[in-house]
Design a protein around this ligand. Structure first.
Ligand code: CA
Length: 229
C-alpha cells in the first residue's frame, strides 16, 4: 500500500521538487499551498505523514501543527517541519510545536527522505515494515502472501491492497470513497459499489473456515478491520 505524504509548501519550485522526489521514493503526494488548504486536505486525504513548512500564508505551519494535534483523528499524524535557518528557534529544536522532527532549509533531498522514513518507522511501524500482523492475520508485503491462523489466504491484487490499507489502520472506519482513493487512486473513476464487491471477495477469502469476520460493515459509513473481539 502506497503511503500518502501531504506536502504543505507555498514555494512552488520547492513543492514541485518535493513532490518529484517523494514520488520517486514510492509515496503518493498531495500538495497544499497554504495552511488553510492543509487543514482541509488532512481531513479529505487522511495522509500518513505531513511535510509542513513553517512560514505559510493564511495559517502558519506552527498553527497548522497545533490544530492537527487538537483533532483526535490527526493527534498521532506524523509531522515533519521545514524551517528556514533563521526560523530555527528553540521551540523547533525542542519540538514542542508538536512536530515529530524538523529539517532546516536548504536541505539535501536524501536527508529529507531519510528523515521521513525514520519518522514513518518510529510512529507507524506497520507502514515501513514488510510484515504486518493484525490479530491472526499476517501479511508479508515482499512476497505478497497473507496468512490467517497460519493458513495461506489467496487474494487478488485489489483485495490485497484493500486488506493492506485496512491493516495499516485497524479499527478506523473508512468510507467507500476513501477506500476508492486509497486503493484504486483518486484519478480513476470507479463506482462506490465496486468497493462492496471487493470487500465481499476479501471476506470470502479471509473467512474460509468459519473464522470470525474481521471486517466490520458500518451502516452508511463504510468498513473497518476489527480483530479485537
Ligand atoms: Ca514558506
Amino acid at each position: 500500500m502506497t503511503p500518502t505524504v501531504l506536502v504543505v509548501e507555498d514555494e512552488d519550485a520547492l513543492a514541485t521538487l518535493l513532490q518529484y522526489n517523494l514520488e520517486k521514493e514510492g509515496y503518493r503526494v498531495v500538495h497544499a499551498a497554504d495552511g488553510e488548504e492543509a487543514l482541509i486536505l488532512v481531513q479529505e486525504e487522511l495522509p500518513d505523514l505531513v511535510v509542513l513548512d513553517w512560514m505559510l500564508p493564511k495559517v502558519s505551519g506552527i498553527e497548522v501543527c497545533r490544530r492537527l494535534r487538537q483533532r483526535p483523528e490527526s493527534r498521532n499524524l506524523p509531522i515533519l517541519m521545514l524551517t528556514a535557518r533563521g526560523e530555527e528557534s528553540d521551540r523547533v529544536r525542542g519540538l514542542d510545536t508538536g512536530a515529530d522532527d524538523y529539517v532546516v532549509k536548504p536541505f539535501a533531498m536524501s536527508e529529507l527522505t531519510a528523515r521521513i522514513r525514520a519518522v514513518m518507522r518510529r510512529i507507524r511501524p506497520g507502514l515501513a515494515d514488510d510484515r504486518v500482523t493484525c490479530g491472526d492475520i499476517v501479511m508479508d508485503r515482499v512476497s505478497h502472501r497473507v496468512k490467517r491462523g497460519g493458513v495461506e489466504v489467496h487474494l487478488g491484487p485489489t483485495e490485497f491492497r484493500l486488506l493492506d490499507h485496512l491493516m495499516q489502520h485497524p479499527g478506523r472506519v473508512f468510507s467507500r470513497e476513501q477506500l476508492l482513493d486509497a486503493v484504486w487512486g483518486s484519478d480513476v473513476y470507479v463506482e462506490a459499489r465496486t468497493v462492496d464487491v471487493h470487500i465481499g471477495r476479501l471476506r470470502k477469502a479471509l473467512n474460509g473456515k468459519a473464522d470470525a469476520d474481521p471486517i466490520r460493515t458500518v451502516r452508511s459509513a463504510g468498513y473497518s478491520l476489527d480483530l479485537e473481539g
